[in-house]
Design a protein around this ligand. Structure first.
Ligand code: ATP
Ligand code: MG
Length: 605
């Protein structure tokens, strides 16, 4: 492609709308253009990158025996009602764009495709002989993200590869899950990315085991906790650990004490000259289930620890049955306004005791009459602890479970693991923290969707059984931007060779010099013929401008038809290192071809 004929617009200044380097660079270098909140145009250079990423994804998927298809983006609400997710996705999480057609039928724009694929499978897959089967697609997804940001990282319209596999049993599912782990590792290595697979929470998609593939970068929205020995890594949403030891309590006798202005743990520690590890903290949450039932939740946890709301949410979803509900709509810390809806009198906030009486809850049809009480393991073994006095301005010290307070029956890990905690598998290993960008997520769904939607097959013994399912996603557009986040310098983008929009750019310093132009044209056709995707910068611009642009857009090799032409040579500059060497004209195409092949080889891992 000739730059003189291309829509090629670069910006000098960083656009105000962009916060992180990759977003700034993609805008400045003319790869993307913002059309609306979380909605972007992929311009020609970006589209080439996206196609390269897609092709690598496709090749690795095909190598596992998965088959490509394309499913509808407009999906009938009825399918989502069958799985029970319509309300969660349109109301609770609100992530699905929903609309009504002129016949008053409700529809959603696909944020993901479990329902559609399960509907296809229940009609097309009748026998165990057709299993396992794995279908995937590469397509635009729609999600009404609450905070679209960072360009393609969190868009409201983005490209995803999503695959769904069907199995007779868990063993077969686990095999495909393993194959996917391998395929995903290959994809990311081939795209030239440094990544880490981590244990993950399955979220609203549901199911049992899941892993995320994280691109390591400071701008990552996710926190990853890992150990140096490489044996443990998990998303902080899911991570478990051993806490530090609690310090022995200095309070040997039970006593209620006046503790003014000690609503925070920090103030309380200062006031009582104690350690946060000697405190039982009582945290109040308000849960609303899909049947409209409000449940007040009281969590006891050690004072120096925090509640991991993802874990708490998962536990509340597990308990939904008890409240005749299917799923949770919202989990919040009740503020003054929300408290008024259910509290019979004002709560001693900051001084709540583990035995907060149920009569704080006003009797009402849609409010559970008792607090749901649960205790985190960190609070279970504390003795002579400090905790709220149940009255504003008071705490108690020297308290014990089984004496002053009854230990809740529900002991559940709802604790947020912290960097510095000891690892479960080896207490000598400390958890370390890193930032990551989630580009892939693989799940073992089990029979969640097949059971809910009545998707069965006939087994060898003639029984009708629900499919075991897995699902596997890669954010193609997020991955492309993550590659930039991992690879840039002060001059611009440094694309990994495998996903660069073009592999080489010929910069002609002076287009009115006929010798330079002739050499450039010849190289241009030789390189393209050799399969090296090449840009020709034939614009009537100063050499400095051309070099800056070539650096900004991040093409791996720049060829300059300059002074060395006299000696039958050109200068070839490697973008990543800025190293340059002179290569004779006839050697350019074969040399670049060889470098590119070498750079694309799957690195060892
Ligand atoms: P996140 O936790 O970042 O919101 P998710 O858990 O909702 O992601 P999945 O449903 O697992 O994501 O989707 C599979 C992949 O699609 C993700 O790993 C990510 O790479 C990509 N993805 C998800 N949401 C977006 C988005 N809003 N913009 C761009 N890519 C996205
Ligand atoms: Mg996720």
């Amino acid at each position: 492609m000739r730059l003189s004929q291309m829509l090629f617009v670069t910006l000098r200044e960083d656009p105000a709308e962009a916060e992180i380097p990759s977003h700034k660079l993609l805008l400045r270098a003319g790869y993307i253009r913002r059309i609306g909140s979380g909605i972007y145009a992929y311009l020609p250079l970006m589209w080439r990158v996206l196609q390269k990423v897609s092709q690598i994804v496709r090749e690795e998927m095909n190598a596992t025996g998965a088959q490509e298809c394309l499913l509808p983006q407009i999906q009938p609400a009825d399918l989502w009602r069958e799985s029970g997710r319509w309300d969660t996705y349109t109301k609770a999480e609100g992530i699905m764009f929903a609309l009504t057609d002129r016949q008053d039928r409700e529809l959603g724009l696909g944020p993901t495709h479990e329902e559609v694929i399960t509907a296809v499978a229940r009609e097309m897959i009748r026998s165990y002989r057709q299993l396992p089967t794995h279908l995937y697609q590469i397509q635009t997804k729609f999600r009404d993200e609450i905070r679209p940001r960072f360009g393609l990282m969190r868009g409201r319209e983005f490209i995803m590869k999503d695959g769904y596999s069907f199995h007779t049993d868990e063993e077969s599912l686990k095999k495909t899950y393993q194959d996917m782990h391998h395929a995903y590792s290959n994809m990311l290595s081939r795209c030239g990315l440094a990544f880490r697979p981590v244990e993950a929470d399955s979220g609203a998609i549901g199911g049992s085991g899941s892993q995320e593939f994280m691109i390591l970068a400071d701008a990552g929205e996710d926190e990853v906790l890992y150990t140096e020995d490489g044996k443990y890594s998990a998303n902080v949403e899911k991570a478990v650990s051993l806490t530090t030891e609690a310090e022995p309590s200095p309070f040997n006798t039970y006593e209620k004490r006046q503790t003014p202005n000690t609503q925070t743990i920090e103030n309380l520690c200062k006031f009582l000259k104690c350690s946060a590890t000697q405190i039982v903290k009582n945290v109040l949450y308000q849960a609303v289930y899909d049947n409209g039932m409000t449940v007040l939740v009281l969590v006891n946890i050690r004072g120096d620890q925090d509640v991991n709301e993802v874990k708490l949410q998962n536990e509340l979803v597990r308990l939904a049955d008890q409240y005749s509900a299917k799923t949770l709509l919202a989990l919040t810390v009740p503020d003054a306004a929300t408290q008024q809806k259910w509290a019979s009198k004002s709560l001693p906030l900051g001084y709540i005791a583990p035995d907060l009486p149920d009569d704080y809850i006003n009797p009402a049809k849609d409010v559970a009459p008792r607090f749901l009480r649960l205790v985190d393991p960190t609070a279970v073994n504390l003795t002579n602890f400090v905790t709220g006095g149940g009255e504003s301005g008071y705490h108690v010290v020297g308290a014990n479970w089984g004496k002053q307070f009854q230990l809740p029956k529900l002991v559940v890990d709802v604790r947020k693991a912290l960097p510095g905690d000891r690892a479960i598998h080896d207490a000598k290993q400390k958890l370390q923290s890193a930032r990551g960008i989630e580009v892939g997520h693989i799940f073992q769904l089990g029979t969640k969707y097949s059971k809910a939607m009545g998707a069965t097959y006939t087994s060898e013994q003639g029984e009708e059984l629900p499919f075991y399912m897995g699902c596997y996603g890669v954010g193609v557009s997020r991955l492309a931007q993550a590659a930039v986040e991992q690879s840039y310098d002060k001059d611009g983008i440094i694309w990994p060779v495998a996903i660069a929009p073009y592999q080489a750019i010929i910069s002609v310093p002076n287009v009115s010099d006929s010798e330079q132009m002739a050499a450039a044209e010849k190289l241009y056709s030789e390189l393209n013929q050799a399969g090296v995707e090449t840009l020709l910068d034939d614009r009537n611009e100063r050499a400095g401008v051309k070099f800056k642009d070539a650096d900004l857009i991040g093409i791996p090799y720049r060829i300059v038809t300059g002074r060395s032409l006299k000696a039958g040579k050109v200068e070839v500059v490697e973008r990543a290192t800025h190293q340059s060497q002179e290569i004779s004209l006839e050697e350019v195409a074969p040399t670049l071809k060889q470098w590119i092949e070498a750079a694309k080889l799957l690195p060892e891992h």
